[in-house]
Design a protein around this ligand. Structure first.
Ligand SMILES: [Zn+2]
Length: 50
């Protein structure tokens, strides 16, 4: 990924460096990464105990 500015805003649209396809806004990517990380921290076995 290449950025024009040093500062990345939540509303910035991020494009794939390899093929240029739209990956969505920084905020949506951040949200997806957060959910994926939470799934890793909470395996299905642990979820059943809650
Ligand atoms: Zn791509």
């Amino acid at each position: 990924m290449k950025f024009e500015r040093a500062e990345i805003r939540e509303t910035d649209i991020i494009t794939c460096a390899a093929c240029g396809h739209n990956l969505g806004t920084m905020a949506s990517i951040r949200e997806k990464m957060k959910k994926a990380y939470q799934r890793l921290k909470q395996p299905s076995a642990a979820r059943k105990l809650q």
